[in-house]
Design a protein around this ligand. Structure first.
Ligand SMILES: Nc1ncnc2c1ncn2[C@@H]1O[C@H](COP(=O)(O)OP(=O)(O)OP(=O)(O)O)[C@@H](O)[C@H]1O
Length: 343
């Protein structure tokens, strides 16, 4: 459904070059639900905007839904849906007019457009709101209208840029419920960007982690956590002596010898895969050694741990890449500038 090779995008910002995307190779199969995850400024939106033909790549190639983004942009646009970061609908227009206008944009016959609008209003629980001006809708309703607009042309491939930014957790869950249902009903491929870790973890089947314009990891959330992060088990004992007994037992067992923190006190902290599955065996081992914890807690690995282990930085920090870094003398000699898109 998507195939890219060495996709790059360089912007000219004043005298500086900003290498927003630095050679992305990507394959997305039909039916996949893929999330681009990364900090602010990582290059997620720029990648998405190239795949949706809104920006032309500085170098490299991309085929999207069977068409080339450079040489067949109109064909790509016909075959995809795109839901950008802001609300696409005009404030004063009525909901139904927005949907029909979108139908005309995609050259749907009026009857087909009417039918499709009715179907989407139902599916996204917007029915009853047809005649309301967009400005009177709630934030969640407006975002669902954006989704409906993106689906008017029945695209086999839908791109969503930060679909749930600014929504409260309940609104986000509700939007996702709708998106997933639409996807199941229509068998769509979904590609989205997000900086909500939990959203990528819960919803995406595949997470492509982007940092500084480069793909640094690409796998299912479960696999990423297994490969790049650990669950953390904390056992708390009633006395330091007992904790020391536990540490001695762990040190003597090669499975755990280098998996726990050597620190004084009543707590023993272990890093491990499959913490919940490991815990009974660990308790058994400690019990046999004469140490029984008063409390045990497991903190499961997160995608933030994955990002931290891969980059040394937390995704939760506000991380905006320094343009100066991208505007170095070496960068200035690069020949991939696309002046047309300079900001
Ligand atoms: N039109 C532009 N002109 C100059 N620089 C740009 C332009 N668009 C994006 N950039 C820069 O390119 C880099 C990547 O931006 P991009 O918007 O793709 O990141 P992102 O990962 O989508 O971030 P966010 O999560 O904040 O949307 C940033 O350094 C950004 O400032």
């Amino acid at each position: 459904m998507i195939h890219t090779e060495g996709l790059t995008k360089t912007f000219q910002r004043g005298k500086q070059l900003v290498h927003a995307v630095k050679g992305v190779d990507l394959d997305v199969a039909p039916g996949e639900l893929v999330a681009f995850l990364g900090p602010n400024g990582a290059g997620k939106s720029t990648t998405l905007r190239m795949l949706t033909t809104l920006l032309s790549p500085s170098s490299g190639s991309a085929r999207v839904a069977g068409a080339d983004v450079r040489t067949q942009p109109a064909l790509v646009r016909r075959r995809i849906g795109y839901i950008g970061q802001g609300n696409g609908a005009g404030h004063n227009y009525r909901v139904i007019d927005e949907l029909r206008a979108q139908g005309s944009f995609h050259r749907l016959a009026p009857a087909v457009s009417r039918e499709r609008a009715a179907e989407l209003l139902r599916a996204l629980q917007l029915n009853g709101l047809e005649k309301r001006p967009v400005m009177s809708l709630s934030g969640g309703q407006r975002r669902r209208l954006d989704v409906a607009m993106g689906l008017m042309n029945h695209p086999p491939l839908l791109f969503l840029d930060e679909p749930s930014t600014g929504m409260d957790p309940q609104g986000r869950a509700n939007l996702w419920e709708h998106i997933i249902r639409m996807r199941d009903d229509l068998g769509m491929t979904l590609v989205l960007t997000t900086h909500y870790l939990e959203e990528a973890d819960d919803m995406a089947e595949r997470v492509i982690v982007i940092d500084h314009g480069t793909v640094i990891a690409d796998d299912s959330p479960g696999r990423l956590k297994l490969d790049h992060a650990d669950d953390v088990i904390t056992l708390t004992f009633g006395a330091v002596d007992e904790a020391d007994v536990a540490k001695r037992a762990l040190r003597a067992d090669q499975r755990y010898a280098d998996r726990f923190e050597e620190r004084a006190g009543e707590a023993v902290v272990l890093a491990t895969d499959h913490g919940a599955r490991q815990l009974p065996g660990i308790l058994h081992l400690l019990e046999a050694a004469g140490a029984r914890p008063e409390a045990a807690a497991i903190r499961e690995a997160t995608l933030d741990d994955v990002f931290l282990n891969l980059t040394g930085r937390s995704l939760r920090e506000d991380d905006t890449p320094d343009a100066a870094e991208d505007g170095s003398a070496a960068a200035r000699t690069a020949n991939t500038t696309d002046g047309a898109d300079a900001a």
